[in-house]
Design a protein around this ligand. Sequence first.
Ligand SMILES: Cc1cc2nc3c(=O)[nH]c(=O)nc-3n(C[C@H](O)[C@H](O)[C@H](O)COP(=O)(O)O)c2cc1C
Length: 339
Amino acid sequence: MRPQRFKTRITELFGIRHPIVAGGLMWLADASYVAAVVNAGGMGFITAKTFPEEGRFEAELDKAAKLTGGKPFGVNLYMSNRPEQNKDLPAQLEVALAKGVRHFETAGLPPTEFVERIKEAGGVVFHKVATVKHAISAVSKLPIDAVAVVGAECGGHPGLNLIGSIVQIPLAVQRLDVPVLVGGGIGTGSQIAAALAMGADAVLLGTRFLVATEIWSHHLIKQRVVDAQETDTALVLASLRNTFRGIDNATTRAIADLEKQGVTAFDAYRPYVMGTLQKEAYTVGDPEKGILSMGQACVFADKIEPVEAIMDRLVDEAVAASGRLGGLMAADAESAAAE
Ligand SMILES: Cc1cc2nc3c(=O)[nH]c(=O)nc-3n(C[C@H](O)[C@H](O)[C@H](O)COP(=O)(O)O)c2cc1C
């Protein structure tokens, strides 16, 4: 693990070495993955929704506590706009708090009650959104510690406005006073240095880690990510106001056909969007099955290797990029800056 090279409001708030945070990954962010991120100096979040079976979530938290040797790790609570999908979340939050988890990533609908409960229990929570407008609204309504803003390039839910990270990062920093995590398309250390230079407090990654050894998915899925170019993702379901970015595959093409025909009934899409299809795809290694979230940073995920190796590369590249920027400063500019 690399020594600490960057100190920000988020490294301080989370008590982590690097300003690199791994967001929740449905089906994939389990104890092994999250512990690997924590042990490599970042912060990770076990995706509560992945473990609906009685006792399974609890067991996953116990496993993470063991693997991290007591270091803090987090839990992701994603609030769907389909209420039946959120029914386990209140009990899972209580289980997490009882087990001593104090770091939370929330996403989806504004989680007012969850945030209040987390703060009452002394926890740290950030809410993830896809536009600065939503971030401002979340900060004004929720007692959150920080906010994460993800740009159009991200895997999963890029929102409806599709604002790219190059615009969104400085805008978020300009308009928000709380610590800001930024994500969407980040897969190299030079982007991390750029995000920090733009004023961000940390980066939030998903896609770059899909090729980590500790992720349990079948190696054929990881190989698909390794092979993917930046042009190999597809955006679907904008017509249902629930845009997803995932692997461009047979499923996203079938969905795109329905959207082109103007079909709006959710039932027509159900056979393609069922979450269980993703789990099956990850298990058997079929990258054509289901909407498999993946962002444009897939192009930077160039080999299957442990989380720590990925993190070390990111930190080394970020340091090199910062050095390059320092080295580019003209002597006049340097002395002017010193005055
Ligand atoms: C496979 C995959 C699954 C994801 N599942 C979730 C999820 O369940 N909950 C959530 O809040 N975000 C989820 N995300 C979003 C990530 O936490 C993160 O915000 C996003 O990946 C950052 O952008 P990037 O993909 O460009 O790195 C997922 C992303 C991917 C790639």
